[in-house]
Write a protein that binds this ligand. Structure first.
Ligand code: 5IU
Length: 252
């Protein structure tokens, strides 16, 4: 079931949300649909990695709460500088999943003050549409389906979740392992060229598979890049594979 897809230029024309426009502009400029997941536990590793792969990515996906040495001044300030230097967005993979009031607090307060620095945040939609109203200043990437074995995001859940996702103005797209409508941007993790999975339930596909079969706009790659012997070379490889697959699909 190969999908004829819209180009990033066409999606940019149709985009309404400022962060949807931004990520599409970066994709076009860098000829990249790669998001690197930077799942590091130290600030130094995070910053070194961001500087190294920065030129090749549209966004850096963080799990800011796994850093052992998080500090607003020494983690976030340099990270923002690197995002500016290399022109990529900061996507905090927070996976909010609470009532609106609690999410509002988690978004702006506590140790990480995500609203101060993130361009994109991930959120479940399990709390219902109004629970997402607190994310007005960012682009929300809503979680429709997960990549892990046995996930509860079955077709009924996704059908109901899509109703929320398609109507909420803060949502620019979703994380999923299946095709969705052209109006939303599709982000797909669980991408790896060397492995089929890990021993903790993760399931992998190739960049080409997800771009061709799901119409993925942005591939999210973690260990495939940051665990490689030469992460920069590997980032370039995923970038090129992803862009080639996109071009093949658009030109059909
Ligand atoms: N991630 C997934 N699958 C999902 C969602 C998020 O893997 O369905 I939602 C995150 C978890 C990790 C990254 O931060 O994407 C994938 O990392 P690896 O490429 O190392 O498996």
């Amino acid at each position: 079931e190969e999908k004829k897809r819209l180009s990033y230029e066409q999606k940019l024309q149709a985009a309404e949300h400022s962060f949807a426009k931004k990520i599409l502009e970066i994709a076009i400029e860098k000829r990249s649909n790669l998001i690197a997941s930077a799942d590091f536990i130290s600030t130094k590793e995070l910053l070194d990695f961001a500087d190294m792969v920065g030129p090749h990515i549209v966004a850096l996906k963080t799990h800011i709460d796994i850093l052992n040495d998080f500090d607003a001044d020494s983690t976030i300030l340099p990270l923002k500088d690197l995002a500016t230097k290399h022109n990529f967005l900061l996507m905090e993979d927070r996976k909010f999943a609470d009532i609106g009031n609690t999410q509002e607090l988690q978004f702006s307060y506590g140790t990480y003050k995500i609203s101060n620095w993130a361009d994109l945040v991930t959120s479940h939609v399990i709390g219902g549409s109004k629970s997402l109203d607190c994310f007005m200043s960012v682009g929300v990437v809503a979680i429709l389906g997960m990549s892990s074995e046995g996930t509860l995001t079955d077709s009924h859940y996704r059908e109901e979740a899509l109703k929320i996702i398609e109507t909420h103005p803060s949502i620019i797209g979703c994380v999923a392992q299946n095709q969705i409508s052209d109006q939303l941007l599709l982000f797909t993790p669980g991408v790896n060229l060397a492995k089929g999975g890990d021993d903790k339930g993760q399931q992998y596909n190739s960049p080409e598979h997800v771009i061709r079969n799901y119409g993925t706009d942005f591939i999210i790659v973690g260990r495939g890049i940051y665990k490689a012997d030469e992460p920069e070379q590997e980032a370039l490889r995923y970038k090129n594979e992803g862009w080639q697959a996109y071009q093949d699909c658009v030109s059909k």
